[in-house]
Each structure stands twice: as structure tokens, then as C-alpha cells.
Design a protein around this ligand. Structure first.
Ligand code: PAF
Length: 273
């Protein structure tokens, strides 16, 4: 497996490859990432994974500096899976000067997580566009756990006619339902035990919708109240259609999404119905 740290190394490697698929990550790889890599392997003979904690997508006071960086472990995991290359640039390699041009995503970027993380999706879409320019993949795989990110990247690829096919990987969960996330490592043992409550509340919404309930506000409020009663600070619980418009009487398919803080850790999750 090649470890590429510079753009020049990446370009030289890329020239020798044909059909490739790409899994962009911020590292600290867990089973969820590895499942995305396996999905990528089903779609192309050569897979490259990027590991880059992107400062552009972290706001002031967010966890950029303490975000777990575990490159040696990550490389070992990817090597075991038979990945062909890892692109792990420094910040100065990807941003040799402060980034002056940015993607301007649509208003969806200011809703849901975007309402609580101003500028986050500008940073995500900008780095993904830049990585697409560098890696030039045919296929790129993103996790469904970041449903809003996935939706915005699909929109960006469609609007800019980027020749990359986007594949979505299912959310991988621990046995108790907690969606795997690098941020789970921030949870204390007590918080880790309590963390599945977000998934449980989304599951209750899922069941209620399946049973024909359509009072979306009541379902959202009930889940919010339960989480708050258990000490969570809830950013939002929202029932949307698959494009992330608020669900209405015509909606036939739903996504229930939530973001909430347990102690200092912000967790997100969603379920499609
Ligand atoms: O989902 C992530 O890990 C990041 O947002 C991504 C897509 C790698 C961009 O930095």
C-alpha cells in the first residue's frame, strides 16, 4: 500500500491508475469507515482513502485540535483490507495559502447541523471538491450517517457536473444501536452507556411513522423532551423527506434526523423510513 503525503506523490500515483474509487475520511478509522472501504472495493479494482482533518469545516470552539489523529493505526487497518493507497497530506500541503475560493452550498447548508455549525458545510464541500480535483476518482463513497453531508455532496456533484459517481454506505452501529463515530471516543464510560438514547428516540419516531402517525411536531417534541430529561442538550430532532425538506402531508418516505450533545460530545444520527 502506498502512503502519499504530497500532491506531487498523489498525482504521480494517479497517472498510473485506471478506474478508481475513493473514500474521503478524517481518520481515526472504525468499522464504519472500513465498511465504506469494502463498499468502494466492490465498485472499482483500486481504492484510495484520504485521511485529512480539514480545518475549514471546524468552527471556532469546535473540536479541531482535539480531533483524534491516529495515522499509524489507520494505515495498518487499511493495509489489512488491501487498500492500494492512502493520501494523508499536511494542512499546508492541501492549503499552501489560506483557501480563497469556496463552494457556496444552497440554503440546506444553513439548516439542521448547519444552523448549529455555521460554515461547516462550506468547509466540507470545498475540501471534497478539492480532493476530487486531486484524486480524480470515478467513484466516491460517503457514509449515510452524515446524511446532510451526503445530500449536499450529491447536489454539488450534480450542479457542477463533477464526473464522480457518489455511493452511500449504510450506517454501522454498535450492538446497542449507537452509530459508530470517531467522536464516540470522547464519551466517558457513563456517557457511552447513555449514548444509544439518540438512536432509540429516532427508532421510536420510525415506529410511529410506520404505524401511521403523522403529527411530526409531536413526535419531534417527544423525542427532544426525553433526551433533555436524560441530560442531553438537543440541537434538533427533525422529520424530513429524503431530500431534507420538512416532511408534510404528501411525504411518503421520511428521514428522522437528530443532533444532540452528551456532555461535551456532539452526536448525530438518522434513520430512513
Ligand atoms: O465525513 C468526513 O469525514 C468529512 O466531512 C469529509 C467528507 C472527509 C470531509 O472532510
Amino acid at each position: 500500500m502506498k502512503i502519499l503525503h504530497t500532491v506531487a506523490e498523489l498525482r504521480a500515483w494517479r497517472e498510473q491508475q485506471g478506474h478508481i474509487s475513493f473514500v474521503p475520511t478524517m481518520g481515526n478509522l472504525h468499522e464504519g469507515h472500513l465498511a465504506l472501504v469494502e463498499l468502494a472495493q466492490q465498485h472499482a479494482p483500486v481504492v484510495i482513502v484520504s485521511i485529512f482533518v480539514n480545518p475549514l469545516q471546524f468552527g471556532a470552539g469546535e473540536d479541531y485540535t482535539r480531533y483524534p489523529r491516529t495515522l499509524a493505526d489507520d494505515v495498518a487497518k487499511l493495509s489489512t483490507l488491501g487498500v492500494q493507497a492512502v493520501f494523508a497530506p499536511d494542512v499546508t500541503e492541501l492549503y499552501p495559502q489560506p483557501q480563497r475560493y469556496h463552494i457556496t452550498p444552497p440554503d440546506l447548508a444553513n439548516q439542521l447541523c448547519g444552523a448549529y455549525r455555521p460554515g461547516h458545510f462550506v468547509g466540507v464541500t470545498t475540501v471534497v471538491m478539492k480532493l476530487f480535483q486531486l484524486v480524480q476518482p470515478h467513484i466516491a463513497v460517503f457514509g449515510q450517517k452524515d446524511y446532510q453531508q451526503l445530500t449536499l455532496i450529491r447536489g454539488m456533484v450534480a450542479d457542477f457536473a463533477v464526473p464522480v459517481k457518489i455511493i452511500a454506505g449504510a450506517t454501522i452501529r454498535a450492538a446497542d444501536g449507537l452509530a459508530l463515530s470517531s467522536r464516540n471516543t470522547f464519551l466517558s464510560p457513563d456517557e457511552r452507556q447513555r449514548a444509544p438514547l439518540l438512536y432509540q428516540q429516532l427508532s421510536r419516531i420510525q415506529q410511529a411513522l410506520q404505524q401511521g402517525q403523522r403529527d411530526y411536531a409531536q413526535l419531534e417534541n417527544a423525542a427532544t423532551d426525553t433526551l433533555q430529561q436524560h441530560g442531553w442538550q438537543v440541537d434538533y430532532i427533525r422529520i424530513c423527506d429524503p431530500q431534507l425538506n420538512p416532511a408534510d402531508a404528501q411525504t411518503q418516505q421520511w428521514v428522522a434526523l437528530g443532533a444532540a450533545r452528551l456532555g461535551a460530545t456532539r452526536l448525530i444520527d438518522n434513520l430512513s423510513i
